[in-house]
Design a protein around this ligand. Structure first.
Ligand code: FE2
Length: 322
């Protein structure tokens, strides 16, 4: 069964084509604002312009004809409303044109499922870290349960905001990761509330510290403090659930220092860390297609009239029937 998945939850338009567990193509184009954060309308304009070339490129790369597609999928939420609608309209148009079934996919679920599918993890503890999300999740009785999460901003948002304050233009996370390698520790606020995390105090203090400290030292201390907070809650969850598989996913999962810290923490618990390659942790269409494939095989069906964009969709709302 060939599934075509469209991702458009934020600043990336992605089209993935998968056959079962095999990714045939995973093409994408990302909007990069000249200044500041993402403006939803400008991002949506960009996604709508880029949809056709990204689709064409995915078809060419996969050597799949549009007529061979058996299932069309799109990101239903969470995300920016105007951006989600671009993928929704594209998917509806394709499904009607090709007369195929259509499925809306939860974006967070897709980040987890592509990693779980690649590594055949049955029962993992999940650390999901992206721009807007930071969650410790566990699969329990057919649902993902959120054991702990950020109470304010996501980890990626924290790093991006400090990157912008430093005057960085693009790829804030990877630049900060590189600069951190040459930094020394300065104290920054550490805020863990039981199983939850608070990042805004750390953000303000890191921004203030840029006036008095080397950028490298702020980058190092920002990463060490934020990641230690996350690792502490993940370890508590691991001790409680006794899981032997730890999946790290989402955009920030690409950070090598975070991977190293989680791997070291998991080792004494007899637990192994799994992280997929970067293209599947960034927002991408392959994860939407692969998750839709699992959903379809498990009997999930959706009418065209049920397809919509849901800005605030949580991972614990999705039933995991596979
Ligand atoms: Fe994402």
């Amino acid at each position: 069964m060939i599934c075509l998945g469209i991702e458009s939850s934020a600043h990336t338009i992605g089209v993935g084509i998968v056959r079962g567990r095999r990714v045939l193509a995973n093409e994408r184009s990302t909007y990069q604002p000249k200044y500041g954060g993402i403006h939803p309308r400008k991002a949506a304009d960009f996604l709508s312009k880029e949809f056709e070339p990204v689709l064409e490129s995915a078809l060419e790369k996969s050597c799949v004809q549009l007529g061979e597609v058996d299932l069309v999928a799109f990101t239903m939420g969470p995300g920016l409303g105007a951006c989600l609608k671009i993928g929704l309209i594209g998917a509806k148009m394709l499904a009607q044109m090709l007369d195929t079934p259509i499925l809306g996919v939860n974006h967070a679920l897709a980040h987890i499922e592509i990693a779980r599918t690649f590594y055949r993890c049955r029962d993992p503890l999940v650390v999901y870290v992206s721009g807007g999300n930071t969650q410790i999740i566990v699969l329990e009785e057919g649902y993902y349960r959120v054991m702990g999460e950020t109470l304010d901003i996501g980890l990626g948002n924290l790093i991006d905001s400090v990157g912008r304050s430093m005057g960085l233009k693009h790829a804030h996370g990877s630049v900060i990761e590189e600069m951190a390698k040459k930094g020394s520790y300065i104290p920054l606020p550490y805020s863990v509330k039981g199983m939850d995390l608070v990042f805004t105090g750390l953000l303000t203090e890191a921004q203030n510290s840029l006036r008095t400290h080397r950028k490298e030292d702020v980058c190092y201390s920002l990463q060490e403090t934020a990641f230690s907070m996350l690792v502490e809650t993940a370890e508590r969850a691991l001790a409680l659930t006794k899981r032997k598989e730890l999946v790290l996913c989402g955009g920030v999962a690409q950070n090598r220092r975070l991977q190293e810290m989680l791997r070291e923490m998991a080792k004494p618990h007899g637990c192994k860390l799994f992280v997929t390659e970067g293209q599947f942790n960034a927002d991408n269409g392959a994860m939407i297609a692969m998750t839709a494939n699992l959903m379809y095989k498990a009997g999930v069906r959706m009418k065209l009239s049920e397809c919509r964009a849901v800005q605030k969709m949580r991972v614990d709302e999705a039933e995991v029937k596979w």
